[in-house]
Write a protein that binds this ligand. Sequence first.
Ligand code: PLP
Length: 392
Amino acid sequence: MKTVYVDNNATSRIAPEVLDAMMPYLTERYGNPSSMHSFGGTVGLDIKDARTKVAALIGAAPDEIVFTSCGSESDSTAIWAALNSYPNKKHIVTTRVEHPAVKNLCETLTKRGYRVTFVRVDGEGRLDIDQLKRHLSNDTALVSVMWANNETGVIFPIREIAELVRDKGIVLHTDAVQVAGKIPVDVKADGVDMLSMSGHKIHAPKGVGVLYVRKGTKFSPFLIGGHQEHGRRGGTENVASIIGLGKACELARKQFTKDMVRVKQLRDKLESVLLEKVPHAFVNGDRENRLPNTTSIAFEYVEGESILLMLNEYGICASSGSACTSGSLEPSHVLRAMGVPFTAAHGSIRFSLSTYNTEEDIDFIIEKMPPIIERLRSMSPYWKKAAAALEV
Ligand code: PLP
């Protein structure tokens, strides 16, 4: 059975060019980049080259790039670096819709003496900038706001936030894990101090991430160890993955970001045809200001998990807007923060496309999805009740 993969915000396939670039470092080029001999030293030079490619994708200088193990480590490192650099400040500003990598750490910090403002979003997932502005104070060490939401794709106005934070002695961190390689990033013009990226979201392997640290930003390492990464992250480098990430960033800069025009057309076709064919369905989030590859569609009165299982029967891989916690299906914190009604949040499905998706993929989903929803609704007590009330 063919796999139709539209879950790229969860993880993405390794680009063939990336795998080719990595292979020598998994086989014959196994030297330690810190070694004095040239067998290792040349590997160090190759890491330098990868660093330059990553920097070029986001408009940074190569020495502002710190390689980590994943997006979550980059987020944690940024948050701890800001807090450790300003030990007298005890306030953090973040949002209600962050990825758990930021959300759960910030929640933990509230139990360790920090005050955290979780800025709200409106029904379209747009950030309440006025609330953010009102809560900035002399006690604020860090503002950590994701650039784009992983569930809805809604993009936050990072430049505007940078303007608000500038000159206040507050560190601005952004989780750009879903952004890099999809929309242009220019860290200098965008005005962020730290920015997180993750390899496996941009066709590089799992187990490698990036933290951009603007020159001049106070920093303390999270992983204290050897002198690697100029003392900013100890531990022998994950060489093959770093080389792979460098290649993926090069591809993103030259190809993937441009291809997002086509990807957006596919996303828009999927969305508009499904909305036309399936009654009682709507898009979660601001449709104007969104990542080009993402759509979260609420199919009212059905359970997302059941939809996913039926899509799975056809080899279609997507995600739902619920998380299975302690045996009960809870709508995601993102959809709850947006105030999406229970009956819609439960039936929300995220489709996230990539450069590897084709028109045939989209046509296949469009063909399979409406009968799945119809079948599930015919079995749903919620739908029967709603349909009776609506006289459908
Ligand atoms: N931040 C966002 C917005 C994400 O979507 C993810 C992964 O889904 C992460 C952070 C975590 O990245 P990683 O899986 O590399 O730790």
